[in-house]
Design a protein around this ligand. Sequence first.
Ligand SMILES: C[S@@+](CC[C@H](N)C(=O)[O-])C[C@H]1O[C@@H](n2cnc3c(N)ncnc32)[C@H](O)[C@@H]1O
Length: 520
Amino acid sequence: MPTLHWLTRDEDIGAAARAPYRLLEEAPELSAGDAAADNMLIHGDNLEALKALLPFYAGRVKCIYIDPPYNTRSAFAHYDDNLEHAQWLATMWPRLELLRDLLADDGSIWVQLDDNEAHYARVVLDELMGRRNFVADITWKKSYAVRSNSEFVSTSTEHIFWYCKDRNRHMPNKLPRSDIQTSRFTNPDNDPRGPWQSITFTISLLSGARGRQYARTGTSPNLYEVTSPAGLAINPPPGRCWARAKPVFEEFDADGRLWWGPKKNRTPRLKMFLSEAEQGVLPTTLWADGDEYGFNQDGVRELRALGIAFPTPKPERLIQRILHIATDPGDLVLDSFLGSGTTAAVAHKMGRRWIGVEMGEHAVTHCAPRLKKVIEGEQGGISGAVGWKGGGGFRFHRLGPPAFDAEGRIRPDVAFPVLAAHVWFAETGRPWTAPAEPTPFLGAHGGRGYALLYNGVLRDRSAGGGNVLTRRALAAVRAAAGGFDGPMVVYAARSAFRDATLKAEGLTFRQTPYDVTARA
Ligand SMILES: C[S@@+](CC[C@H](N)C(=O)[O-])C[C@H]1O[C@@H](n2cnc3c(N)ncnc32)[C@H](O)[C@@H]1O
């Protein structure tokens, strides 16, 4: 498969693996609302933030939307958007790699860019996500005005790349029918079934199974002459046949489902009634209607109404459409270039869980206050459309120190559930779900059990006692494992067993911290 090369590519491909696992530390003074809510606002560089999320959220995020710096050569008030071209790719590669790993098998990632880097990102995304998982390059119309001071052309569109994690698992929702789409249904013949829209009643004879049959036999059951109500003999246009065989045509005609034009002498078309049409419509790749998708100016206005100034916010309606297609209530949404917090605000109002990461100080000055207002029932943006009344909450986090120090030692403040998550993720590649009460048996995966003796999980306060694999500790692990009696990997500071005993017991001993960091 053709791939994109740049100066530091080989080094950049290893950057995500080299990034340290940092701890996430809550700042309760910046958190808001219901403390039990799952939503997280993280202040810090997203490379390390995404790495910190991995042991807990790998494969769990239903929709990722990102609107990274476009590399427009500008210095915006809140962030710099002027990287050397290869440096931009170097920044994006490891982050996109981590984002892919966080995505659920039935999830999707939406990446918004302009022409500065979009075509390069598309090639990188093809490589990381798999070309067959490309769904669409949506063209979003960002403004209606012509910028007369542009050099050659006034750019009015941006790209939104939509990729799924696995084409066979992706089940996107349809969009609600827009007012414009509904207005295309009319009722010129006062049909008692209500408004309708006519669609073609012919199909090509040159493609598909019908085409092959036609090529072989020179005929088709759908090639027949019909007579219009005005008495005109009508045949399908050249190269086409009727959409259905004659008996079905006759049934449709008798039921008044064919439209022959106002003078009843045109090629018949099929009436599709609004009352019988599917509620949802497939999204198209052109999002140009400001009422439906918003323009950049709407995003700026929405923020201004909240007393917040930010140079490049997206309109809430745009994100609402994406989340409508890609998620259902309760699903987890992630934006790792959060900016002013639009994705989190929209996800919150739509009843989705969310994680937002923002590196700039505006995580504190813009995102946190905006989301606090949302919790209090802010009525701008999409609030009216979704009936938002307020509620919920989020926890504000900062990136703490690395979980392992330069010598590979576990930091003393690493709690049992954090190390358990790292051990479990390193061994299984699956995210960790902490039980209500910590137990030394972490679970079984692929026929193997995993256990961790650390930080007094056995409530053994003797020197190193609870962290050493002894007969007593093993008995406690087996008791915690319930009925599981398969082979087991045990992480502990030391083992009191000889190799032969470990083998006889079906145990593999791994030493903390060295074996954890070696795998992390
Ligand atoms: C175009 S803005 C996003 C705007 C956002 N969609 C909104 O509606 O407000 C890009 C954001 O990404 C942030 N950013 C850039 N690099 C980052 C990084 N490495 N980690 C976290 N955030 C980053 C910038 O500070 C900026 O706020």
